[in-house]
Design a protein around this ligand. Structure first.
Ligand code: FES
Ligand code: FES
Length: 157
């Protein structure tokens, strides 16, 4: 069936089964491979994208459920003010190790800072708890989120 999807500000018509996970439409149909497959069961966060600004697990999101919602992926998150600060902090703190989980981590962190620009450690731990990193970069992730928070505050003042 033809489904129209709003991804990164552009409308795409895709011909897929309605129950196809959004992840596979992004990767295999639209060629946006920045979003990763980890578990396929909403357990690891590697596939995190934003749907109308909310972090969602694209591996468990049937494409037909997206409707007219705006999907944002790692490919363009750096064009937003918060996403850009997050990516800069990620680089400054040298967060990634193997890198596989990191696009999902950045999408989750950006979603957090969009609604809570000055998160506590507990806020960070709660917001990021569903994003698994097998390389154990959690301490650097937390530091990078704090750095991005400081940078955003400085930029606002
Ligand atoms: S691949 Fe979607 S949560 Fe793991
Ligand atoms: S950096 Fe390797 S899984 Fe997170």
């Amino acid at each position: 069936m033809e489904i129209k999807l709003n991804v990164n500000g552009a409308v795409h018509a895709v011909d897929v089964d309605g129950d196809t996970p959004l992840l596979w439409v992004l990767r295999d149909v639209l060629g946006m491979t920045g979003t990763k497959f980890g578990c396929g069961m909403a357990l690891c966060g590697a596939c995190t994208v934003h749907l109308d600004g909310q972090p969602v697990r694209s591996c468990m999101t049937p494409v037909e459920s997206v409707g007219a919602g705006a999907v944002t992926t790692i490919e363009v998150i750096g064009r937003t003010a918060v996403g850009r600060r997050v990516q800069q902090a990620w680089t400054a703190k040298e967060v990634p190790q193997c890198g596989y989980c990191q696009s999902g981590q950045i999408m989750a962190a950006t979603a957090l800072l969009n609604v809570n620009p000055a998160p506590s450690d507990a806020d960070i731990d709660q917001a990021m708890s569903g994003n698994v990193c097998r390389c154990g970069t959690y301490a650097r992730i937390r530091e990078a989120i704090k750095q991005a928070s400081r940078d955003l505050a400085a930029n606002r003042s």
